[in-house]
Design a protein around this ligand. Structure first.
Ligand SMILES: [Zn+2]
Length: 306
């Protein structure tokens, strides 16, 4: 699923590709993508004749600003945009097409069909679902150690599910939470209210650094993610723990382990990220990688667990 860096990359690309283009008409092939208004003909009619002014982002949502209307788009699992000439064949799973007056088309393709689009009057989108409940933007100037600590409050929740909660902080998904926690040296099952002042500082810094570096690299190409121009991001080559179960930690050489925290596959270095003493070890998943990791440990090739 695209997270903040991937959506930010799509935002930047779309800004280059579609700003200044005027919509001639809109084709909706899969009505359920359109969440607001609930009439797809009205959706199309509201967009016709409008020109894209800029593309913004709020959390993992794209805010496409047109003259007099705002389109809020969420890519969910595998939604993607592409700009094509009208003569180019339309790929399967293309659900919404914005036909421009210049003969090009912005096509929205979504194999899993989980993506959503909402139309709002300008300004209303921030006060209404789905954007009104979103938490802190980690790459904006207002994201200081102070605002971060205030947003998380005194919660006794495990840190990983807390960071995944979009009402607390936006844009972090499974990949970047695992990466940021590893960078900060914090185990995902630690409780927020038990982190030391130093650990909170390290975590705040790690979130900013991880997301910034991923944005620089154009996001991570995990499964089918590509940006708005069909290009792959490169940050997957820089991942330290995510998807590396059974491989060595770059810092200490210990094998990265995969377990389940808060229902999500979670990657940690058991040496760099000490587990809290009062928590039972989560079962390692039955993935081949994890079995290999266990086998390697049994072979005595790696370190002890705490
Ligand atoms: Zn390590």
């Amino acid at each position: 699923m695209p997270e903040l860096p991937e959506v930010e990359t799509v935002r930047r690309t779309l800004n280059e590709l579609i700003v200044g283009k005027t919509i001639d008409r809109v084709t909706v092939n899969l009505p359920r993508i359109i969440q607001k208004p609930d009439d797809t003909q009205l959706f199309a009619a509201l967009l016709e004749g409008r020109t894209f002014q800029s593309v913004e982002r709020r959390g993992k949502f794209l805010r496409l600003l047109l003259d007099g209307i705002v389109l809020v788009s969420h890519l969910r699992m595998e939604g993607r945009y592409g700009l094509f000439g009208k003569e180019e064949p339309t790929e399967i799973h293309t659900h919404v097409i914005f036909h421009f007056t210049d003969g090009t088309e912005l096509r929205y393709k979504d194999v899993r069909q989980f993506g959503t689009m909402h139309l709002f009057q300008p300004g209303e989108e921030l006060q209404a679902r789905p954007l009104n409940k979103l938490g802190l933007e980690p790459l904006e100037e207002g994201f200081t150690l102070e605002t971060f600590q205030r947003a998380l409050g005194k919660r006794s929740t495990k840190i990983k599910p807390l960071l995944l909660n979009q009402e607390v902080i936006v844009g972090l998904g499974n990949i970047y939470v695992d990466e940021a926690l590893h960078t900060a040296g914090i185990h995902p099952e630690r409780q927020w209210n038990e982190l030391t002042k130093k650990e909170r500082e390290l975590l705040h810094l790690a979130i900013v650094e991880t997301l910034s570096a991923a944005v620089e690299a154009g996001g991570s190409s995990i499964k089918s993610y590509v940006n708005g121009q069909g290009e792959m991001g490169l940050f997957q080559h820089s991942l330290k723990v995510y998807g590396r179960n059974g491989d060595c930690c770059h810092t200490c050489g210990t094998l990265i382990e995969k377990s389940v925290v808060g229902g999500r596959g979670t990657h940690v270095c058991p040496k760099c990220q000490k587990q809290p003493r009062n928590v039972n070890r989560s079962r390692t998943t039955s993935s081949i990688e994890s079995r290999n990791a266990v086998k390697h440990r049994l072979d005595g090739k790696s370190s002890k667990d705490s």
